[in-house]
Design a protein around this ligand. Sequence first.
Ligand code: BGC
Length: 799
Amino acid sequence: MIENLTLLEKAALLTGKSVWETYDVPRTGLRSLWLADGPHGVRKQLGSADHLGLGASQPATCFPTAAAVANTWDVELAEEIGTALGAEAAAQDVDVLLGPGLNIKRSPLGGRSFEYFSEDPLLTGKLAAAYVRGIQSQGVAACPKHYAVNSQELRRMASDSVVDERTLREIYLTAFGIVVRESAPRTVMTSYNLVNGTYANENPFLLGTVLRDEFGFDGAVVTDWGGSNDIAAGVAAGSSLEMPAAGLASARRIARAVERGELAEADVDARVAEILKLAAEARTPGTAPQVDEVAHHALARRAAARSAVLLKNDDAVLPLADGTRVAVIGDFARTPRYQGAGSSVVNPTRLDSFLDVIEDSHIKLMGYAQGFHRDGTPDAALQAAAVQTAREADVALVFLGLDEVAESEGVDRSTLALHANQTDLLAAVAAANENVVVVLAGGGVVETPWLARTKGLVHGYLGGQAGAGGILDVLTGVVNPSGRLAETMPLTLADTPTADLFPSHGPTAEYREGLYVGYRYYTSAGVPVAFPFGYGLSYTSFEHADLVATPDQATVTVTNTGPVAGADVVQVYLSRTSDGVHRPVRTLAGFARVELAPGESRTVTIPLGEQAFRHWDVATGAWQVEQGTWDVVVGTHVDDVALVASVTVEGTIAARRDDVPEVYRTGQVRHVSTADFTALLGRELPAPAASGPIGVNDPLSRLAEARSPMARGVYRLLAWRRDVAERKGKPDLNVLFILNMPLRAVGKMTGGMVDDAMVEGLVRLVNGHFLSGLGRTVAGFFRNRVANRRTLRSLRGDS
Ligand code: BGC
């Protein structure tokens, strides 16, 4: 097939034809492939296409977001959801589903936290691999994303993640390794950002050395939408498909680079082979069965119930007995927050609110009160009405959470606090009714200084279209909660390891906290938290006993010692007891979810294996296991160290004395000095923040400092639109995207209207070189149009 294609045809196959399609080659029978978001539901757009979920898309089941499902620690359920996603994608003739998202939650402020699983790479990798297996079982290619080290939304397309190699491998690449090895995804999406000075999509180390050579990935690498910088460099590094639609200028760029000897044709052929393999493995359109929407809605409800985490249950205020008279308070009970904003937005097949589903339960609704405005505007009358409603009930269910503006693709959170009008309301309701249960909605964690005011607390995260029913099932005991936090809930934002680092406002994001992400930091530094990683209560109780550990596995007997059936998540952590290289105090090494009837005992065996003990050894540039002793700790969360067994591991190297900055031993991780960080990196830090003229790789937010008054005006207009939208309670994703977008991406997103030469002209314009900028832009415009027409003619001729 490759031999039958001309160079231009091959080049065209490596760049998108439209927002969602690849090029076809009609004369060979090769059809276009259709790619669609996303991670928790299919978003196949019908009419005008955009990539941010602005235009309408075909209805599909909106499952709980990854941040929710991660709390289940349930690999089987994740695979079941993946299978349902794959079936829906197949039914809509989608060839590549753009998910799951598996970036590590470096900071709880990350705007896309709701789309990602966890702060822990093992939990992330295992769940994401299950999604991929499920999706691909339906003949649809999964596309795990965003590879790699893509942690912040601010400047997301123009930020350089500077990270030392040990941290890179142990924290940020591990989950991708698990996914590739355990589920063989047919595609992987690169992230927008640079990693240590090179765009992820052009990074031979990330794409070649690690992804293909070490992990064994043999599929197609796809850019994020607008994430290609130089397509020829991408192809050489191992990137197979530039999306969305950079137009034929990209095809010409590849062909020219080959003709000039800048790019090996063998590299082009290798990438084309990856696309052809993807096409060969795709299903024949129109052959997938219809989807059972009712069954998928039921699965979404089951998943939502399993995702909810019971964080507090004083005086056994939950579950609510039949006939309990409840007051339902809070705007989220009527208008649920059930998914995040951005490219992952699903047009749900149906949508339940708590007020809808409560009708079908055995608890008695005494009244509903909105309680607060979700945008934070205080309203004494709403609050007073809610207090009145609460007075008449046995239990007040108070639905609090994050509004639409608080978290979104394109914008990081600025606080972990709930709006003050919500916490004021809670205080007032708690004064009127001593039985308060708070139900939280939001894609991440919040500070809980108000915890003492509530007897019960359930975090439902963003539970998808059937989330309300899932919450009801947990509140009423139809489902015994088994969710366990997949991320730490800190006491305050100031306690987080990246408090003074995240998000980075300049061109580089320095990962100075190193390995000390999430619980790895809190346990090592002894920083108290509100709720530890792995924490979650149940309506029953479990006992762990008879731990037997070897370097290969941990075996433990779990007994349900309480009155009702329930599921426990047994968690195994490792803690090194011999001296050696520095490492976090405890790391997750395995887990198992066990369902038990009352009184039932079961012995579970959790494999550990060499990977659990390994570290990336900087001195030898390889994975090593240090000879020495370790504690195998089995508990119900990361701070539960009740059951411990010691094992001795032979290792691949002798134990080393630590040779890295003392700062990591004392827990002062947030204050790593520049000298220490440079030593960890093994090289100098990149040059400090860009100032002066605006370059092609600077985000459009820099137009604020442009020399050209017109460019500054454009910035002011964008910023005004952003602010107006936020005041109306819904972020303007287009504007957020544009502000974070580098000028170079203009050429990649406009369907071939703008080429690189025109971008150069635009850069001149914004820097105040009016005449030469305008000249280049206008001349470029006409040159590009003529060239596009010619290329199209020759492609049609070829075809
Ligand atoms: C997002 C991706 C998404 C793509 C297509 C990008 O902006 O980062 O996650 O798959 O758009 O919508």
